[in-house]
Design a protein around this ligand. Structure first.
Ligand code: KG4
Ligand code: ZN
Length: 335
Protein backbone atom coordinates (compact mmCIF):
# COMPACT_ATOMS: atom_id res chain seq x y z
CA UNK A 1 0.00 0.00 0.00
CA UNK A 2 1.44 3.37 -1.06
CA UNK A 3 0.73 6.38 1.12
CA UNK A 4 1.43 9.99 0.14
CA UNK A 5 1.96 11.86 3.41
CA UNK A 6 2.06 15.61 4.07
CA UNK A 7 3.57 17.28 7.16
CA UNK A 8 3.40 21.03 7.88
CA UNK A 9 2.93 21.35 11.64
CA UNK A 10 5.83 23.74 12.30
CA UNK A 11 8.65 25.07 10.12
CA UNK A 12 9.16 22.23 7.66
CA UNK A 13 6.99 21.59 4.60
CA UNK A 14 7.39 17.88 3.96
CA UNK A 15 5.95 15.18 1.74
CA UNK A 16 6.84 11.52 1.33
CA UNK A 17 5.65 8.31 -0.25
CA UNK A 18 5.76 5.34 2.09
CA UNK A 19 5.07 1.73 1.13
CA UNK A 20 3.42 -0.57 3.69
CA UNK A 21 4.29 1.67 6.63
CA UNK A 22 7.98 0.72 6.48
CA UNK A 23 9.63 1.73 3.23
CA UNK A 24 10.18 5.40 2.44
CA UNK A 25 10.12 5.53 -1.38
CA UNK A 26 10.77 9.27 -1.19
CA UNK A 27 11.04 12.01 1.41
CA UNK A 28 11.18 15.72 0.60
CA UNK A 29 11.67 18.34 3.32
CA UNK A 30 11.60 22.08 2.53
CA UNK A 31 13.03 23.73 5.63
CA UNK A 32 12.11 27.29 6.63
CA UNK A 33 14.96 27.61 9.13
CA UNK A 34 16.73 30.37 7.18
CA UNK A 35 13.55 32.51 7.15
CA UNK A 36 12.97 32.21 10.92
CA UNK A 37 16.64 32.39 11.99
CA UNK A 38 16.76 36.20 12.05
CA UNK A 39 13.88 36.22 14.58
CA UNK A 40 15.47 33.56 16.81
CA UNK A 41 12.38 31.33 16.60
CA UNK A 42 9.45 30.32 14.39
CA UNK A 43 7.17 33.21 13.32
CA UNK A 44 3.74 31.55 12.80
CA UNK A 45 2.51 33.92 10.06
CA UNK A 46 5.69 33.46 8.04
CA UNK A 47 5.47 29.67 8.54
CA UNK A 48 1.89 29.51 7.21
CA UNK A 49 2.69 31.61 4.16
CA UNK A 50 5.79 29.57 3.31
CA UNK A 51 3.83 26.30 3.64
CA UNK A 52 1.23 27.63 1.18
CA UNK A 53 3.98 28.50 -1.27
CA UNK A 54 5.80 25.17 -0.98
CA UNK A 55 3.29 22.40 -0.31
CA UNK A 56 2.16 21.71 -3.86
CA UNK A 57 5.67 21.53 -5.33
CA UNK A 58 6.95 19.46 -2.38
CA UNK A 59 4.16 16.90 -2.83
CA UNK A 60 4.77 16.72 -6.60
CA UNK A 61 8.47 16.19 -5.96
CA UNK A 62 7.76 13.39 -3.45
CA UNK A 63 5.58 11.59 -6.02
CA UNK A 64 8.18 12.03 -8.76
CA UNK A 65 11.11 10.85 -6.63
CA UNK A 66 9.12 7.75 -5.65
CA UNK A 67 8.32 7.02 -9.30
CA UNK A 68 4.60 7.36 -8.51
CA UNK A 69 1.64 9.37 -9.71
CA UNK A 70 -1.45 10.30 -7.70
CA UNK A 71 -3.27 7.42 -9.44
CA UNK A 72 -0.86 4.84 -7.99
CA UNK A 73 -1.31 6.24 -4.46
CA UNK A 74 -3.73 4.31 -2.21
CA UNK A 75 -4.10 6.76 0.69
CA UNK A 76 -3.39 10.46 1.33
CA UNK A 77 -2.22 11.19 4.88
CA UNK A 78 -1.66 14.44 6.73
CA UNK A 79 -0.57 15.74 10.13
CA UNK A 80 -3.62 17.41 11.68
CA UNK A 81 -2.37 17.95 15.27
CA UNK A 82 -0.64 19.29 17.33
CA UNK A 83 1.31 22.32 16.06
CA UNK A 84 0.86 25.86 14.77
CA UNK A 85 -2.74 26.09 13.65
CA UNK A 86 -2.09 28.10 10.48
CA UNK A 87 0.77 25.80 9.50
CA UNK A 88 -1.32 22.66 10.14
CA UNK A 89 -4.27 24.08 8.22
CA UNK A 90 -2.18 24.49 5.07
CA UNK A 91 -1.29 20.80 5.01
CA UNK A 92 -4.79 19.68 6.04
CA UNK A 93 -6.52 21.73 3.35
CA UNK A 94 -4.06 20.65 0.68
CA UNK A 95 -4.44 16.96 1.61
CA UNK A 96 -8.24 17.24 1.80
CA UNK A 97 -8.40 18.79 -1.66
CA UNK A 98 -6.02 16.23 -3.13
CA UNK A 99 -7.80 13.24 -1.57
CA UNK A 100 -11.20 14.53 -2.69
CA UNK A 101 -10.08 15.29 -6.25
CA UNK A 102 -8.25 11.97 -6.65
CA UNK A 103 -10.97 9.98 -4.83
CA UNK A 104 -8.53 8.53 -2.27
CA UNK A 105 -9.12 7.87 1.43
CA UNK A 106 -7.72 10.55 3.77
CA UNK A 107 -5.97 9.64 7.02
CA UNK A 108 -5.23 12.17 9.78
CA UNK A 109 -2.07 11.58 11.81
CA UNK A 110 -1.06 12.97 15.21
CA UNK A 111 2.43 14.48 14.87
CA UNK A 112 3.86 12.69 17.93
CA UNK A 113 2.43 9.35 16.81
CA UNK A 114 4.34 10.02 13.60
CA UNK A 115 7.58 10.66 15.49
CA UNK A 116 7.17 7.30 17.25
CA UNK A 117 6.49 5.57 13.91
CA UNK A 118 9.86 6.84 12.60
CA UNK A 119 11.17 3.80 14.44
CA UNK A 120 9.24 1.43 12.12
CA UNK A 121 11.05 3.00 9.14
CA UNK A 122 14.40 2.34 10.80
CA UNK A 123 13.74 -1.07 12.37
CA UNK A 124 11.57 -3.20 10.09
CA UNK A 125 11.26 -5.90 12.75
CA UNK A 126 9.96 -3.52 15.44
CA UNK A 127 6.41 -4.09 16.67
CA UNK A 128 4.57 -2.94 19.82
CA UNK A 129 4.55 -3.26 22.76
CA UNK A 130 7.34 -0.87 23.72
CA UNK A 131 7.90 2.20 25.89
CA UNK A 132 8.90 5.38 24.08
CA UNK A 133 10.55 8.62 25.16
CA UNK A 134 9.25 11.34 22.85
CA UNK A 135 11.49 14.41 22.95
CA UNK A 136 10.83 17.23 20.53
CA UNK A 137 10.89 21.02 20.44
CA UNK A 138 7.41 21.22 21.96
CA UNK A 139 6.87 17.94 23.84
CA UNK A 140 8.55 15.64 26.33
CA UNK A 141 6.53 12.47 27.00
CA UNK A 142 7.10 8.95 28.22
CA UNK A 143 4.54 6.93 26.28
CA UNK A 144 3.45 3.31 26.53
CA UNK A 145 2.77 1.87 23.07
CA UNK A 146 0.82 -1.39 23.58
CA UNK A 147 -0.34 -1.39 19.94
CA UNK A 148 0.24 0.61 16.75
CA UNK A 149 -2.64 3.00 17.40
CA UNK A 150 -2.92 2.77 21.19
CA UNK A 151 -0.91 5.19 23.35
CA UNK A 152 -0.81 5.90 27.06
CA UNK A 153 1.18 8.83 28.46
CA UNK A 154 2.85 7.77 31.73
CA UNK A 155 5.12 10.81 32.15
CA UNK A 156 5.35 14.32 30.77
CA UNK A 157 6.99 17.67 31.28
CA UNK A 158 5.07 20.07 33.50
CA UNK A 159 6.50 23.14 31.73
CA UNK A 160 9.13 23.46 28.99
CA UNK A 161 10.01 20.66 26.60
CA UNK A 162 13.57 19.27 26.57
CA UNK A 163 14.14 20.79 23.11
CA UNK A 164 12.99 24.18 24.34
CA UNK A 165 15.47 24.10 27.24
CA UNK A 166 18.30 23.14 24.85
CA UNK A 167 17.29 25.82 22.32
CA UNK A 168 17.00 28.63 24.92
CA UNK A 169 20.35 27.77 26.52
CA UNK A 170 21.98 27.59 23.09
CA UNK A 171 20.52 30.99 22.21
CA UNK A 172 21.99 32.64 25.31
CA UNK A 173 25.33 31.10 24.39
CA UNK A 174 25.03 32.94 21.07
CA UNK A 175 24.31 29.89 18.91
CA UNK A 176 21.97 30.18 15.91
CA UNK A 177 18.35 28.93 15.85
CA UNK A 178 17.43 26.11 16.30
CA UNK A 179 20.07 25.75 18.96
CA UNK A 180 19.87 22.06 19.89
CA UNK A 181 21.94 20.77 17.01
CA UNK A 182 24.51 23.59 17.37
CA UNK A 183 24.81 22.95 21.12
CA UNK A 184 25.41 19.28 20.30
CA UNK A 185 28.28 20.24 17.96
CA UNK A 186 29.79 22.74 20.42
CA UNK A 187 29.68 20.11 23.19
CA UNK A 188 31.93 17.70 21.28
CA UNK A 189 35.14 17.29 23.29
CA UNK A 190 33.80 19.35 26.23
CA UNK A 191 33.79 18.10 29.83
CA UNK A 192 30.23 16.96 30.73
CA UNK A 193 31.01 17.20 34.49
CA UNK A 194 32.55 20.69 34.52
CA UNK A 195 29.27 22.36 35.58
CA UNK A 196 26.50 21.03 37.80
CA UNK A 197 22.76 21.37 37.16
CA UNK A 198 19.74 20.31 39.22
CA UNK A 199 17.39 17.46 38.27
CA UNK A 200 14.05 18.92 39.46
CA UNK A 201 11.65 16.48 41.12
CA UNK A 202 7.92 16.74 40.49
CA UNK A 203 6.15 15.91 43.76
CA UNK A 204 4.18 12.66 43.54
CA UNK A 205 4.96 12.17 39.83
CA UNK A 206 8.13 10.08 39.48
CA UNK A 207 8.05 10.00 35.66
CA UNK A 208 7.35 13.71 35.12
CA UNK A 209 9.89 16.41 34.23
CA UNK A 210 10.37 20.12 34.87
CA UNK A 211 12.74 21.57 32.32
CA UNK A 212 12.00 25.16 33.19
CA UNK A 213 13.96 24.82 36.46
CA UNK A 214 16.88 23.24 34.65
CA UNK A 215 16.85 25.94 31.99
CA UNK A 216 16.72 28.76 34.58
CA UNK A 217 19.65 27.22 36.46
CA UNK A 218 21.62 27.19 33.19
CA UNK A 219 20.74 30.79 32.37
CA UNK A 220 21.69 31.95 35.89
CA UNK A 221 25.04 30.18 35.69
CA UNK A 222 25.71 31.68 32.28
CA UNK A 223 24.98 35.15 33.64
CA UNK A 224 27.33 34.63 36.59
CA UNK A 225 30.05 33.37 34.29
CA UNK A 226 29.33 36.19 31.84
CA UNK A 227 29.59 33.47 29.23
CA UNK A 228 27.84 34.79 26.17
CA UNK A 229 30.29 33.68 23.54
CA UNK A 230 30.87 30.25 22.11
CA UNK A 231 34.60 30.85 21.94
CA UNK A 232 36.90 29.04 24.36
CA UNK A 233 36.96 25.89 26.44
CA UNK A 234 34.46 27.15 29.05
CA UNK A 235 31.66 27.36 26.47
CA UNK A 236 32.47 23.85 25.23
CA UNK A 237 32.41 22.53 28.80
CA UNK A 238 29.18 24.38 29.54
CA UNK A 239 27.48 22.96 26.44
CA UNK A 240 28.66 19.43 27.27
CA UNK A 241 27.59 19.75 30.92
CA UNK A 242 24.13 21.10 30.14
CA UNK A 243 23.57 18.49 27.48
CA UNK A 244 24.67 15.81 29.90
CA UNK A 245 22.26 17.11 32.57
CA UNK A 246 19.36 16.97 30.08
CA UNK A 247 20.30 13.48 28.86
CA UNK A 248 20.85 12.16 32.39
CA UNK A 249 17.53 13.59 33.61
CA UNK A 250 15.64 12.08 30.66
CA UNK A 251 17.36 8.68 30.94
CA UNK A 252 16.93 8.42 34.71
CA UNK A 253 13.14 8.91 34.60
CA UNK A 254 12.66 6.92 31.41
CA UNK A 255 14.52 3.91 32.83
CA UNK A 256 12.67 4.23 36.12
CA UNK A 257 9.37 4.03 34.21
CA UNK A 258 10.71 1.07 32.19
CA UNK A 259 11.61 -0.77 35.38
CA UNK A 260 8.31 -0.01 37.13
CA UNK A 261 6.22 -0.94 34.08
CA UNK A 262 8.29 -4.03 33.28
CA UNK A 263 9.06 -2.76 29.75
CA UNK A 264 11.60 -4.93 27.94
CA UNK A 265 11.90 -2.79 24.82
CA UNK A 266 12.50 0.98 24.70
CA UNK A 267 12.53 3.51 21.87
CA UNK A 268 13.35 7.19 21.41
CA UNK A 269 11.50 9.61 19.12
CA UNK A 270 11.46 13.31 18.15
CA UNK A 271 14.01 15.92 17.12
CA UNK A 272 16.01 15.74 20.38
CA UNK A 273 16.53 11.98 19.88
CA UNK A 274 19.18 13.03 17.32
CA UNK A 275 21.27 14.34 20.22
CA UNK A 276 24.57 12.45 20.42
CA UNK A 277 24.83 12.61 24.22
CA UNK A 278 21.27 11.31 24.72
CA UNK A 279 21.83 8.47 22.24
CA UNK A 280 25.10 7.51 23.94
CA UNK A 281 23.71 7.66 27.50
CA UNK A 282 20.50 5.74 26.76
CA UNK A 283 22.41 3.04 24.85
CA UNK A 284 24.84 2.53 27.75
CA UNK A 285 22.12 2.41 30.40
CA UNK A 286 19.88 0.06 28.42
CA UNK A 287 22.83 -2.29 27.85
CA UNK A 288 23.60 -2.24 31.60
CA UNK A 289 19.93 -2.93 32.46
CA UNK A 290 19.62 -5.66 29.83
CA UNK A 291 16.80 -3.84 28.06
CA UNK A 292 16.44 -3.77 24.28
CA UNK A 293 16.71 -0.29 22.72
CA UNK A 294 15.75 1.01 19.29
CA UNK A 295 16.73 4.46 18.03
CA UNK A 296 15.33 6.20 14.95
CA UNK A 297 17.91 6.83 12.22
CA UNK A 298 19.12 10.45 12.51
CA UNK A 299 17.39 11.30 9.20
CA UNK A 300 14.00 10.38 10.70
CA UNK A 301 14.42 12.15 14.09
CA UNK A 302 13.47 15.67 12.98
CA UNK A 303 10.21 16.61 11.29
CA UNK A 304 9.57 14.73 8.04
CA UNK A 305 6.59 13.25 6.23
CA UNK A 306 7.86 9.66 5.95
CA UNK A 307 7.14 9.13 9.66
CA UNK A 308 3.58 10.44 9.05
CA UNK A 309 3.19 7.94 6.19
CA UNK A 310 4.43 5.13 8.44
CA UNK A 311 1.90 5.87 11.17
CA UNK A 312 -0.88 6.50 8.62
CA UNK A 313 -0.53 2.90 7.42
CA UNK A 314 -1.47 1.57 10.87
CA UNK A 315 -4.18 4.21 11.39
CA UNK A 316 -5.73 3.17 8.06
CA UNK A 317 -5.59 -0.54 8.97
CA UNK A 318 -7.35 0.35 12.24
CA UNK A 319 -10.14 2.00 10.22
CA UNK A 320 -9.21 5.56 11.14
CA UNK A 321 -10.25 7.39 7.98
CA UNK A 322 -11.03 11.12 8.02
CA UNK A 323 -13.75 12.94 6.13
CA UNK A 324 -13.89 16.30 4.41
CA UNK A 325 -14.76 17.91 7.76
CA UNK A 326 -11.24 17.21 9.07
CA UNK A 327 -9.85 20.22 10.91
CA UNK A 328 -6.45 21.19 12.30
CA UNK A 329 -5.99 21.03 16.10
CA UNK A 330 -3.15 23.08 17.62
CA UNK A 331 -3.17 20.95 20.77
CA UNK A 332 -4.35 17.37 21.10
CA UNK A 333 -3.32 14.50 23.34
CA UNK A 334 -1.47 11.61 21.71
CA UNK A 335 -3.93 9.29 23.44
O1 KG4 B 1 10.69 16.98 16.48
P1 KG4 B 1 11.26 18.25 16.06
O2 KG4 B 1 12.03 18.30 14.77
O3 KG4 B 1 10.15 19.35 15.96
C1 KG4 B 1 9.09 19.37 16.88
O4 KG4 B 1 8.15 18.57 16.69
O5 KG4 B 1 9.20 20.18 17.82
O6 KG4 B 1 12.20 18.74 17.24
C2 KG4 B 1 12.89 19.95 17.17
C3 KG4 B 1 13.80 20.03 18.38
C4 KG4 B 1 14.45 21.41 18.50
O7 KG4 B 1 14.36 21.82 19.86
C5 KG4 B 1 15.88 21.14 18.11
O8 KG4 B 1 16.80 22.01 18.69
C6 KG4 B 1 16.07 19.74 18.62
O9 KG4 B 1 14.86 19.08 18.27
N1 KG4 B 1 17.23 19.04 18.06
C7 KG4 B 1 18.31 18.68 18.80
C8 KG4 B 1 19.22 18.08 17.92
N2 KG4 B 1 18.67 18.08 16.67
C9 KG4 B 1 17.45 18.69 16.79
N3 KG4 B 1 18.53 18.81 20.11
C10 KG4 B 1 19.70 18.35 20.56
N4 KG4 B 1 20.64 17.77 19.79
C11 KG4 B 1 20.44 17.60 18.46
N5 KG4 B 1 21.38 17.00 17.72
ZN1 ZN C 1 8.24 17.14 15.47
Amino acid sequence: MNILAIESSCDETAAAVVADGQHALSSVVASQIEAHKVYGGVVPEIASRMHVEAVSAVAAQALEQAGQTIESIDVVAVTHAPGLVGALLTGVNFAKGLAFAAQKPLVAVHHLRGHIAANYLTHKELAPPFLCLVVSGGHTHIVEVPDYTVFRVVGRTRDDAAGEALDKTARVLGLPYPGGVHLDKLAQGGDPRAFQFPRPKVEGAPYDFSFSGLKTAALNQLQKLRLTSVEGAAAKDFAASFQFAVADYLCERFLRAARDFGARRLALAGGVSANSMLRHEIAQRCAAAGVQLVLPAPAWCGDNAAMIGAQAFYEFLAGHVAGTRLNACPSMSIE
